[in-house]
Design a protein around this ligand. Structure first.
Ligand SMILES: Cc1ncc(C[n+]2csc(CCOP(=O)(O)OP(=O)(O)O)c2C)c(N)n1
Ligand SMILES: [Mg+2]
Length: 334
């Protein structure tokens, strides 16, 4: 299967300079929020960090097709680039990371990375890998039954495709032609397990067996991901059914702040992928097309730095969740 790369420039994709600036801003914002999260962890303030670093192009490129409030997103724990693009803020992310009362995801009662917003139609994930897929298929079926035109985007890592939930959702989506886009962010590892020992054959090709298209795309190329996802959303909105996208990317950081990745991968491998950093690559495209110059890039970077510092300070100063609230919202209240 040929891997899809940017087939043409942004103009051919119907994207203008403001679109590209928005994509770039959110990719860089996600990276900086993530970097700051690791600092908070090393300072002993954040108990646990799970990163999006390296996957920002896959996330922003795909989510750029969502209509916030109309479509539904079932993200997985690394998808902070998606939730920031949809309208969650760095402040929201740090409040969640630090388990504060004001955390919009869960009032400080969930692990970080369990994004949730009723306003933005972001549905929280549960801890077991892969259970978001059948839930997303259910939401897509609801659109169908109600005759509404929404699309559901559901995401996970490559290892989530080894579990039954993924296959059941793929099969169900194929039978009912659901308006569902599956995005698999193949970042090569499942904690310490290399994809070679996790994935038999090709993930993208499995879609054919379920009766709908599957595409492999360079997940570090934001425009290529945008394009393939745009086609998938178009199919879904036209009532033509689901699409599977396998975005080939790489997890630059350790699995989480509790993982020592020196035990299972070489530093040289990480360095090779750093050379393909999706943000640096997109900035090169923007500069070559005279959309961004170095001084503007520095100015954006400074603006984000200040925004992240303010948000992190706000969350650090905020109150922790009250222990007596631990069960609120868990059970129906009369
Ligand atoms: C059913 C289940 N098995 C194992 C785990 C522990 N676990 C959490 S994340 C993870 C790795 C998942 O890898 P992948 O799907 O490739 O996503 P990535 O973390 O690489 O983005 C595992 C095994 C879990 N949460 N749920
Ligand atoms: Mg993985």
């Amino acid at each position: 299967m040929a891997i899809r790369e940017t087939s043409a420039g942004h103009e051919a994709l119907g994207l203008d300079e403001d679109d590209l600036r928005r994509m770039h801003y959110h990719m860089l914002l996600a990276r900086r929020v993530d970097e700051r999260s690791w600092i908070l962890n090393r300072q002993g303030k954040a108990a646990f960090v799970i990163s999006c670093q390296g996957q920002e192009a896959a996330q922003v490129g795909a989510a750029y097709n969502l209509l916030p409030g109309n479509d539904f997103l079932y993200p997985y724990y690394r998808d902070s680039g998606m939730t920031l693009l949809l309208g969650q803020t760095p402040r929201d992310q740090f409040l969640s990371l630090l388990g504060k009362k004001e955390d919009p995801n869960s009032g400080g009662r969930q692990m970080p990375g369990h994004y949730s917003s009723r306003r933005l139609n972001i549905v929280t994930s549960s801890a077991p890998v892969g259970i978001q897929y059948p839930q997303a298929a259910g939401t897509a079926l609801a659109y169908r039954i109600r005759g509404e035109d929404g699309v559901v985007l559901v995401c996970g890592g490559e290892a989530s495709t080894s579990g039954g939930d993924w296959h059941e959702a793929m099969n169900f989506a194929g039978i009912h032609d659901l308006p569902l886009v599956f995005l698999v962010e193949n970042n090569v590892y499942a904690i310490s397990v290399h994809a070679e020992f996790q994935v038999a054959g090709s993930i993208a090709k499995r879609a054919e067996g379920y009766g709908f298209p599957g595409h492999e795309v360079d997940g570090n190329d934001v425009l290529a991901v945008y394009e393939v996802a745009r086609d998938a959303f178009g199919r879904a909105r036209a009532g033509e059914g689901p699409t599977l996208i396998e975005a080939k990317t790489y997890r630059i950081t350790a699995h989480s702040s509790d993982d020592d990745d020196r035990r299972y991968r070489e530093r040289e491998e990480i360095e090779e992928w750093r050379q393909k950093d999706p943000i640096v690559r997109f900035e090169k495209y923007l500069m070559e097309n005279d959309i961004l110059d170095e001084s503007e890039r520095d100015e954006i970077s400074e603006r984000i730095k200040a925004e992240v510092a303010e948000a992190s300070k706000y969350a650090e100063d905020a109150s922790f969740a009250d222990p007596e609230d631990v069960l609120s919202g868990v059970y129906a209240e009369a």
